[in-house]
Write a protein that binds this ligand. Sequence first.
Ligand SMILES: *[C@@H]1O[C@H](CO)[C@@H](O)[C@H](O)[C@H]1NC(C)=O
Ligand SMILES: *[C@@H]1O[C@H](CO)[C@@H](O)[C@H](O)[C@H]1NC(C)=O
Length: 219
Amino acid sequence: MRAVLSLLGLLSAAAAQTQPALNTSDITIVKVAHSGNGCPQGTVGTSFSPDRTTITLSFDAVQLWAGPGYTSRDASKNCQVQLEMKYPPGWQFAITKSRWHGYFQLPDGIRAGFYTSFEISSQDTQVANVPTATLNGTDTVTEQLFNAEGAVDRELGSMCTPRSYTAGVSDRLLVRDRWSLTRMRSDAYTRDEGWMDDLPLTQQVELRWQACKACSQCF
Ligand SMILES: *[C@@H]1O[C@H](CO)[C@@H](O)[C@H](O)[C@H]1NC(C)=O
Ligand SMILES: *[C@@H]1O[C@H](CO)[C@@H](O)[C@H](O)[C@H]1NC(C)=O
């Protein structure tokens, strides 16, 4: 038994040797660009968790209005955030989830929808969608804390590069967000300040890092 266990130990040590640990310091976001009527320049913040599994986007200026005097453009805004990621050869990331966090003042009779899709466009363009998150207004218009999480409908994998390619890998991740308000009753309308409180709306994008499988030269 002891011999079998030590043999297993040797085998797993050998396996571990062929795949060096992922050094999270080598994973960086090298460039961020954003566009859309929901994110004027300079209103999107980006941060990366120390373990590199969560990208947090903060939107400072996503204000929406619905009601008499407002147009459909006031009730629907969008933002595309493009992130250029750099990471070690032999590794790739998969996108798994998106999570919203924010404070709203939304009256009863108004429903807010949060729409997200991700795109990785290195080899082919791959798209994944997150189910729409919904927030219903309440009859007492006080601050509502909104937390919603959704898993992607398919997991996208980023580009893989052989370990011999020492320059590192860079790949682009596009996050497409859209927010919209729907009036469920004709007498429902947002307050003059809009649907959100002053705090930014944040979105967390969850990633999973994995050793490349598709590329035989990667190990
Ligand atoms: C991890 O990467 C950083 C930056 O490239 C480097 O300074 C550090 O020595 C690496 N750590 C290990 C354990 O390889
Ligand atoms: C919002 O309200 C509709 C009915 O008015 C309901 O079907 C839906 O489940 C509600 N959504 C949430 C997230 O509470």
